[in-house]
Design a protein around this ligand. Structure first.
Ligand code: SPV
Ligand code: MG
Length: 668
């Protein structure tokens, strides 16, 4: 692609403005001339070769182009007969340099970037027209038939639209026109517009009419035009463009979309808050404040602001951008409601949505995959629970007891109102880990085996893990467990204040269970905290007083003592359906201690929604056994059906299709 800029005209209607230099060097803002603007635009759009025809002041023009120091390769073609010929003759003189796709423009044309992007992006040859502007009396009009430009000239008023001499000409179409130009010149027709030669082709040059409507694309013929264009240019340059990013790694694809967006106006970048990113894709590796700094340092970004939610409402209402830019991938799928809201908000004040085609670049996807793999590394995984607590206030945790359930907790997402919900972390339940191995929940499955389960889950997931440490065993053993868990990248261990043979809490007082003394258990917490090596790891003290019917006062006294011993969180358990005693505990504990996280396992008291727990002051909600309890009846009924029917056909409808199960686990 070569650009051809026609600058051999005299510009005599500009008066004194063109007494010392050609018209294209007329200033249109304190920083630019018509020509410098065009050349900058071409360079930014990736055009490298520019052919410029010159006339009067040709040396001034050549020196000026070089002084702009742009990465452009110029070919200057001087038309010595500029006083007595029209640009048809200049093109003729330049013809040897024009063997390519051509971007043809008059040297007095000022257009906004979007116009150039659309012209360059056109798949076929095209010419800019405007169907919204009134037909100009003395300037070019194009006769359009079936979207095609048939004739261009000043005298056409039927089926015509205002037209500007800005063309993208594919090589073959250009050749046809150029051949006709040669014929005209050879016949001595050198004072007519080059478009006369085009008109002789009667549509054979295949030039589509590209309707730029109200976008700025105007020529400057006289001082009045100059005033109008200068004012419009100011408006264009003061336009604000808004774009939101959730990424924590900036790659070439982002830079490219930023480059395109800033060509539309002053670019405000919204950076999605950590909480919003975590809810919709994954935990951000780089916190919001840092991500904002990254964007602040990208050329062309005027301002960086936080976008707190997936919804653009707050920022659109605050900044009222003229344009919002997004990839067109949100036109369908879960982001569609967000898009719909943006469209409605923009419509309110006449803002515009610009959507660039989304291309899933494999290289960038690979980077993202690698980044995701980083999240699984022990050091990065371990600290994330604390950060999630700080960020969200309430963290939801789902039980996983093997690689497959780990994957389900990792990947299950529900979309609602343009937002997304997923579990924040995983619970390695002693009950489910034991049950999966066909063993009772009595600390019979040894630590080696339980670590093996952690390893299986960790291998295929990235979310933080809370480990059910039962009683923690002997203090002398617990300190080793803490170190091992920490090293593996587990975020928290929960130990319960029981001693002797532990049974599952949900048996309550139906079975013999002994609570450890406050002192004995506090000592275990202290030893565990002393053993840990990182600041991230958390030890949570689980209080069994309500389960063992020792009363609320005992539970509260223990909570206070265990926190004083160094527990990073308190879990209060109950096996009652009614959440009243849990609510009372939270209310009373929070009076003295607003900060220590409270953990709940609402298996029995399951009627309260997460939002209410959060409002009451709870911080971690563990769904301790639901995945396993969902699986057992399903597997058993398949076994029963096969036994009853002496074949598998009847149960097949209740099963996952075979083709799905073999693809359930993607290959790395
Ligand atoms: C577990 O899931 O193993 C627990 C929670 O410890 S509960 O079963 O409610 O005791
Ligand atoms: Mg347990």
């Amino acid at each position: 692609m070569k650009a051809l800029i026609l600058n051999s005209g005299m510009g005599s209607r500009m008066g004194v403005l063109t007494s010392e230099h050609p018209k294209c060097m007329t200033e249109i803002s304190p920083r630019e001339t018509i020509l410098s603007r065009q050349l900058n635009q071409l360079s930014e759009a990736g055009v490298k070769q520019v052919v410029i025809t010159t006339g009067l002041f040709n040396h001034v023009l050549e020196a000026y182009c070089e002084s702009l120091d742009l990465p452009l390769e110029y070919t200057f073609v001087h038309n010595p007969d500029y006083r007595v010929t029209n640009y048809i003759y200049s093109i003729y003189l330049a013809r040897a340099a024009l063997d390519d796709d051509i971007l043809l423009m008059h040297g007095d044309l000022v257009f906004e970037n979007e116009v150039l992007d659309r012209v360059l992006g056109s798949d076929s040859s095209c010419m800019t027209v405007s169907t919204t502007l009134p037909l100009p009396e003395k300037d070019f009009k194009a006769v359009i038939r079936g979207g095609k430009v048939m004739k261009v000239g000043v005298g056409f008023f039927e089926n015509a639209a205002a037209a500007q001499a800005l063309y993208h000409l594919k090589r073959d179409d250009w050749r046809r026109w150029l051949k006709e130009i040669e014929a005209f010149v050879d016949a001595g027709k050198v004072t007519v517009y080059a478009e006369e030669a085009l008109n002789a082709l009667d549509g054979e040059a295949n030039i589509a009419a590209l309707d730029v409507r109200d976008l700025l694309c105007a020529e400057i013929d006289d001082a009045q035009d100059l005033a109008v264009v200068t004012r419009r240019l100011k408006e264009v340059e003061n336009r604000t463009v808004y774009m939101c990013f959730s990424t924590d790694l900036i790659h070439g694809g982002h830079i490219e979309i930023i480059r395109k967006a800033r060509r539309l106006g002053k670019l405000i970048v919204g950076v999605l808050s950590d909480e919003a990113v975590a809810s919709y894709k994954r935990f951000p590796l780089v916190p919001c404040a840092e991500r904002m700094k990254l964007f602040e340092n990208i050329t062309g970004v005027t301002r960086v602001v936080e976008q707190k939610t997936l919804s653009y409402r707050e920022n659109i209402e605050t900044y009222r951008p003229d344009i919002v830019v997004h990839g067109d991938d949100w036109c369908a799928g879960f982001q569609k409601p967000v898009r719909d809201e943006v469209v409605a908000l923009l419509k309110d004040y006449g803002g515009k949505l610009v959507e660039f085609p989304y291309s899933a670049n494999e290289e960038y996807q690979e980077i993202q995959k690698r980044q995701r793999a980083d999240l699984a590394m022990p050091d990065l995984r371990r600290g994330r629970l604390r950060r999630l607590l700080e960020m969200k206030g309430l963290v939801t945790v789902m039980e996983a007891h093997d690689g497959l359930t780990g994957l389900i907790v990792e990947n299950t997402v529900v979309h609602e109102n343009g937002g997304a919900r997923q579990f924040d972390a995983m619970w390695l339940s002693s009950l489910c880990d034991s049950t999966a191995k066909g063993k009772p929940d009595i600390e019979l499955v040894d630590m080696t085996s339980r670590f093996r389960t952690i390893d299986d889950i960790m291998e295929v997931t990235t979310k933080p893990i809370i480990f059910d440490g039962d009683t923690g065993g002997l203090t002398e053993h617990f300190v080793y467990t803490v170190r091992s868990l920490e090293r593996m990248g587990v975020s928290m261990v929960i130990i319960e204040d029981k001693t002797g043979l532990k049974k599952n809490s949900l048996f309550g007082t139906e079975v013999e269970q002994t609570q450890a003394s406050i002192e004995e258990f506090s000592q275990k917490i202290r030893a565990g905290k002393k053993a840990q090596r990182t600041k991230d790891f958390m030890i949570c003290a689980r209080i069994e007083s309500l389960i063992l019917e020792k009363g609320m006062e005992d539970a509260l006294a223990r909570a206070k003592a265990f926190t004083a011993a160094g527990a990073d969180a308190i879990m209060i358990h109950s096996r009652k359906k009614d959440p009243a005693e849990i609510c009372e505990f939270i209310g009373r504990f929070r009076k003295d201690d607003p900060a220590t996280p409270i953990v709940l396992v609402p298996t029995s008291f399951n009627s309260v929604k997460e939002e209410e727990w959060k409002a009451r002051g709870a911080n971690i909600i563990i769904y301790a056994n639901q995945l396993m309890r969902a699986a057992v009846p399903a597997i058993r009924s398949a076994a029963v059906s096969i036994l009853e029917n002496h074949r598998a056909e009847e149960c097949d409808a209740t099963l996952m299709p075979f083709k799905d199960i073999i693809r359930l686990i993607p290959e790395k």
